[in-house]
Design a binder for this molecule. Structure first.
Ligand SMILES: [Fe+2]
Length: 171
């Protein structure tokens, strides 16, 4: 069975056959690609926040605003439909891992809601500056990218090593 064909069950514990080593490698590398993209996004959002209240490139700001939600949604969807179910098939599944996955899932939901607010605020700042507040926007941007960086750092420090450990145990 291909990992991508996994269907999430109600309690998030997926009765799958154990994944092959090459599947785990591919999941891990895709996770890292998504992380890298989001890290670049965070850096660019930080540049916007640093530049406020001035904004030299409004088109870049609009384009960035439109990228936020699709980019993080694609990354979250991959983790929720492929990575988390894979983790739930490993021999390391215990209550701690289950609650970690639940927390990560909740953080995804929070980040996506926040992403919409940040994107709307960025678009409003460009299209209706009179009703926008640069300080508020900078504060929102920092809250968003700092939270996203923390989430990614956690996955890199805890989930990636776990995948490597599972990979080593695979035939
Ligand atoms: Fe995540």
């Amino acid at each position: 069975m291909k990992i991508e064909q996994v269907i999430m069950s109600e309690d998030n514990v997926i009765p799958l056959p154990h994944a092959a080593g090459k599947d785990i490698e591919s999941v891990c590398s895709k996770l890292l690609v998504h992380h890298d993209e989001q890290i670049v996004l965070c850096d660019r959002l930080e540049e916007v926040a640093d530049e406020l209240p001035a904004l030299s490139d409004t088109q870049m700001c609009l384009s960035l605003a439109r990228q936020i939600h699709p980019m993080i949604r694609a990354a979250h969807e991959y983790e929720e439909k492929t990575l988390f179910p894979l983790l739930m098939t490993t021999d390391n599944v215990d209550d701690t891992l289950k609650s970690t996955v639940e927390r990560l899932r909740y953080e995804h939901w929070e980040d996506e809601s926040f992403a919409d607010e940040v994107a709307d605020a960025m678009i409003r700042f460009v299209t209706d500056r009179a009703s926008s507040n640069a300080e508020t926007l900078a504060y929102m941007l920092r809250g968003f990218f700092e939270g996203l960086r923390r989430h990614i750092a956690f996955e890199r420090e805890h989930i990636v090593p776990l995948l490597c450990k599972v990979r080593k145990a695979c035939p």
